[in-house]
Design a protein around this ligand. Structure first.
Ligand SMILES: Cc1cc2nc3c(=O)[nH]c(=O)nc-3n(C[C@H](O)[C@H](O)[C@H](O)COP(=O)(O)OP(=O)(O)OC[C@H]3O[C@@H](n4cnc5c(N)ncnc54)[C@H](O)[C@@H]3O)c2cc1C
Ligand SMILES: *[C@@H]1O[C@H](CO)[C@@H](O)[C@H](O)[C@H]1NC(C)=O
Ligand SMILES: *[C@@H]1O[C@H](CO)[C@@H](O)[C@H](O)[C@H]1NC(C)=O
Length: 425
């Protein structure tokens, strides 16, 4: 039982100056282990946080990940776009982290040879009535410090992209695409070589406080599968870390609600919305060379054109609210990523607004991702939520909620911010 976690901790203990030691005495018979920092979740954000804490703050980090590998959640189910930082209210965390994170990310990619391409993006108005919205976005982007934004006449944009139809466009030269798996692989390696241990197949199921010390409850993911949810179950191990960063993506708010002693009033409600992608079949030459986005709608960036690094075109994501996910299912990672082929019929008219020659039958189901939302349909802009002791009352704990787009672009800036927030703990 808990062999993996055991082995990880044993490995940690072999590294000098590490604060992990064993204390097996416990009333319930559940083993307890000391730890320095625990990061919950090995997605792009958790990995960046672990890297930052171990590399720049010399902390000993244990990353607990419920899946059997890093980056199987939101981080491998997105558009892989490096965003400029245009859409978000000035001075919001999303605006600040996106602009800062983008600069850090390009620098990192160049230094570490992470596959990426700064291909630029066109946000397009397909009708004259949309032009004021485009102007608004340009002004907002300028306010946010996004470099190089430029309005283009339709003719100029259409000369750049022969398949495109539009009346005006906003050109964002700093937007690009990235191989997010390579990014995570590289940062995982760096973190590991600075004393981070990744512990897979283990799920954080809750926590309690004893005095000011947080006790994290951890179970092997496998053993949760057949849990009937009614019978009481003890965790396989309890960890006593100095710092905890909850970067559990889709499950972070559900998990925080399982921390007894936390001020639950500040934890946002969880909403989940699925976004599906379709790819273009039968294309020998890619239809587009740049990212093409319509104007934003329904609190999303709209069904857009994105490219992967070998030029394959995909369209997405759409939006479909999922209403049947309770907190325990969320922690058990029970998410449905099915792409229903019939959703394509809603894609055609949306895409044809800017790509009129899209042929019937050419869209093929691709993949789906789920957004970790903290607001429901029709609610306005909601920022990333990053809460420390000042909001929830537990020392050394930082919760990250609602890290949806542009979370990939922002990941290194989020990591900087979280590490700084914890630097005196
Ligand atoms: C459809 C879609 C498109 C997007 N497009 C873009 C884009 O183009 N550009 C951009 O910048 N951003 C984009 N994003 C946002 C970006 O993908 C996310 O912000 C980012 O990947 C979030 O990373 P994360 O590490 O917080 O979450 P995740 O990658 O989900 O990582 C969380 C990890 O925690 C683990 N976990 C969960 N619960 C537990 C537990 N109890 N115990 C242990 N481990 C646990 C999970 O298994 C998972 O591996 C998009 C998002 C979506 C949904
Ligand atoms: C995690 O569990 C899977 C089976 O669910 C197994 O194949 C894999 O080897 C395990 N990973 C580790 C690191 O032990
Ligand atoms: C794609 O190509 C195949 C084989 O060439 C053909 O049978 C099919 O009809 C084509 N589909 C579309 C949408 O053009």
């Amino acid at each position: 039982m808990m062999k993996l976690l055991r082995d990880s901790i044993r490995n940690l203990a072999e590294i000098p100056s590490i604060t992990v030691r064993k204390n097996l005495s416990s009333a319930a018979g559940v083993p307890k282990e000391m730890a320095d920092c625990v990061v919950i979740g090995a997605g792009v954000v958790g990995i960046a946080v672990a890297r930052e804490l171990s590399l720049n703050f010399a902390r000993n980090v244990l990353v607990i990940e419920s899946a059997s590998a890093f980056g199987t959640g939101i981080s491998s189910r997105n558009s892989e776009v490096i965003h400029g930082g245009i859409y978000y209210p000035t001075n919001s965390l999303k605006a600040c982290f996106c602009v800062r994170g983008r600069r850090l990310l390009y620098e990192y990619c160049n230094k570490h040879g992470i596959p990426h391409k700064q291909i630029g993006k066109l946000i397009v108005a397909s009708r004259h009535e949309e032009v004021p919205k485009l102007n608004y976005l340009r002004n907002l982007g300028n306010e946010n410090g996004v470099e190089g934004l430029r309005m283009m006449e339709g003719s100029e944009a259409m000369a750049l992209e022969p398949e495109l139809q539009c009346v005006r466009a906003l050109w964002s030269p700093t937007s690009g695409i990235i191989d997010s798996h390579s990014l995570m692989l590289s940062q995982t390696g760096e973190a590991e070589s600075h004393g981070t241990t990744f512990c897979y197949n283990n799920t954080v199921v809750g926590a309690h406080l004893e005095g000011k010390q947080i006790h994290l409850h951890i179970s092997e993911t496998e053993s949760l599968k057949d849990w009937d949810r009614k019978s009481q179950r003890y965790p396989d191990v309890v960890l006593l870390p100095k710092l905890v960063v909850n970067a559990a993506g889709l499950s972070s708010a559900a998990l925080a609600r399982c921390f007894s002693g936390i001020n639950r009033g500040v934890i946002p409600q969880s909403y989940y919305s699925r976004g599906c992608y379709f790819s273009l079949s039968n294309t020998t030459a890619p239809a587009f060379r740049h990212l093409i986005y319509p104007l934003p709608e329904d609190g999303t960036l709209g069904v857009h054109v994105t490219l992967d690094l070998d030029g394959q075109v995909k369209f997405g994501p759409d939006i479909e609210w999922l209403n049947d996910i309770d907190d325990i299912s969320s922690i058990q990672n029970k998410f449905d990523y099915t792409v229903r082929a019939d959703r394509a019929k809603e894609f055609y008219p949306k895409i044809r607004k800017y790509y009129p020659s899209l042929k019937d039958g050419s869209l093929q189901p691709g993949y789906a991702g789920i957004r970790p939302r903290v607001s429901g349909p029709g609610d306005g802009f909601v920022d990333f939520i990053i809460q420390g002791e000042e909001s929830h009352g537990i020392p050394g704990l930082v919760n990250l909620f609602g890290i949806e787009s542009p979370g990939l672009t922002s990941s290194m800036a989020i990591a900087e911010y979280v590490a700084a927030k914890l630097s005196n703990c």
